[in-house]
Unconditional design. Structure first.
Length: 477
């Protein structure tokens, strides 16, 4: 049966299927009854998945969906890529111990060699690597611990809109207030600064003036003996904010950030948990700015769909004691094998360049739709990391021209896309940014189909709003 189903995976099978019906599945009912109230994705994407290949997933009703969430960017090569499956099988068949803590193995050694070969040569030449617990959050925790140890300082600078994980330490440098309120904030030893969000410039300026204002503020805080902020142990930043709404930092701002942190002896930590390995059109997003970090945190795609997290940093920072950061599952051999296969395929097929071309194609489609639909306030993002900010075009704009976010319409649009077989996620302020994170292997015809389905979903969401109709939820079996 699986072979028969697999034969229909692909764009022809997707186009040829009957209209999608979101059904009440026993698996979903049991999930709702037994899983924590903290579960999130099933509330917005009520699917029970049974099979997946490439950019497609199939639910328990046999319906095919294009996956533009891809494990929040984890699945760089899509689902069950032959290279990844073969690497996992070969590791299992080899008799290699699957759990080694941080003892080395041939697979681990080969993974490190492959990763360092992908890094900019000047950075890799003098770098060290720490394997962390298998989440990006643990990687960020390790990076902050490393910087505090190396500098002897405690404070960390984060940015509004930032997302770095859900541990207590990473919540402290998160922009989103909702997860922090029940915990009493938890922002000790952290200073939050404005992120250069051009569409909603925190200084009310926008463009180059907004970049200048942000850099001037940081310069003043680091230079002024009356600023009230002691020199921090680290500055932690996403080159492109993901959960914060796909907000790319201007390249000149990144270059200025690098210049200022170096001048003041502050380690610069780049969180590339979501952007790493080709997502933005370069292997690493910081390469667009022609700069290098002091500390680089990688997860998601680095494990080839399996849990893995690493911190790569300049050797001069490597002064923490043995065991200063540990984790039982930092020796995930299957993830290293899958990650090595993923790295090799991305580099061999130049999927970073492919992402740049296909991302530009999807962006062009979305901007063409925007012309006739002013509720698409902003279309942005590099490569195959694209955000569409949904706004209320009937309300007055800010001084920089941005209209208020419309999270309600965004949620309706997400549901309408799902009913047309396209899985998308939301993010950003008020959950009003529709996010596109398809696997890097997506093809031009599939990008065109995604855009057309999005256009149809938008029309349906606008018609639903105009009629005052209330969504009825899942269809009955």
């Amino acid at each position: 049966m699986t072979a028969i189903l697999a034969a229909s995976f692909g764009l022809d099978g997707f186009r040829g299927q009957p209209p999608i019906r979101l059904r009440d599945d026993p698996l979903l009912r049991r999930q709702e009854a037994r899983e924590s109230n903290a579960r999130s994705y099933p509330r917005r994407i009520p699917l029970a998945l049974t099979e997946a290949r490439g950019i497609y997933v199939r639910d328990s009703a046999g319906q095919l969906f294009i996956d533009c969430l891809a494990g929040a960017g984890t699945l760089a090569l899509g689902h069950n890529h032959p290279d990844v499956v073969a690497a996992i099988r070969a590791t299992l068949d080899s008799g290699l111990p699957l759990h080694t803590l941080d003892l080395t193995t041939p697979v681990k050694d080969a993974f490190v060699e492959e990763l360092f070969a992908a890094l900019p040569p000047a950075f890799a030449r003098d770098a060290r690597i720490q394997f962390c617990g298998p989440t990006g959050a643990d990687g960020i925790e390790a990076a902050m611990k490393l910087a505090r140890t190396a500098t002897g300082r405690r404070t960390v600078v984060g940015f509004s809109g930032g997302y770095h994980g859900m541990t207590q330490g990473t919540l402290a440098i998160m922009g989103n207030l909702a997860p922090k309120r029940p915990l009493g904030g938890g922002t000790g030893d952290v200073h939050m600064l404005p992120y250069p969000y051009d569409y909603r410039c925190p200084f009310g300026l926008g463009g180059e003036a907004g970049v200048d204002a942000g850099l001037a503020l940081l310069d003043q805080l680091l230079s002024d003996p009356e600023s009230g902020i002691v020199t921090p142990a680290a500055v932690v930043v996403e080159v492109v904010q993901g959960e914060g709404g796909v907000v790319p930092a201007p390249l000149r701002w990144l270059q200025g950030l690098r210049r200022l942190t170096r001048a003041h002896g502050v380690p610069l930590v780049f969180d590339e948990v979501q952007t790493g390995l080709g997502r933005t059109g370069r292997l690493f997003a910081f390469e667009h700015a022609g700069i290098e970090p002091d500390v680089l945190v990688l997860s998601k795609a680095i494990g080839g769909s399996l849990p893995l997290s690493v911190v790569v940093y300049r050797a001069e920072l490597d002064c923490w004691a043995p065991g200063a950061h540990a984790g039982t599952f930092r020796g995930n051999q299957l993830a290293m094998a899958a990650g090595m296969a993923t790295l090799r395929r991305i580099r061999a097929d130049r999927l970073d360049e492919h992402a740049a071309v296909l991302g530009a194609r999807l962006t062009a489609h979305l901007r063409a739709i925007q012309v006739d639909h002013p509720c698409l306030g902003d279309v942005r993002g590099p490569g195959l990391m694209i955000g569409v900010e949904i706004v209320d075009e009937h309300r007055p704009p800010s001084r920089t021209g941005a209209r208020p976010a419309d999270g309600e319409l965004a949620r309706s649009l997400q549901r309408q896309c799902l009913e047309r077989g396209v899985i998308l996620e939301l993010g950003g302020r008020h959950g009003a940014v529709v996010r596109f994170l398809p696997p890097l292997i997506v093809e031009a015809a599939e990008v065109d189909e995604i855009a057309e389905r999005f256009r149809a979903a938008l029309r349906a969401a606008l018609a639903e709003r105009a009629s005052g109709a209330v969504p009825t939820g899942l269809a009955a079996e």
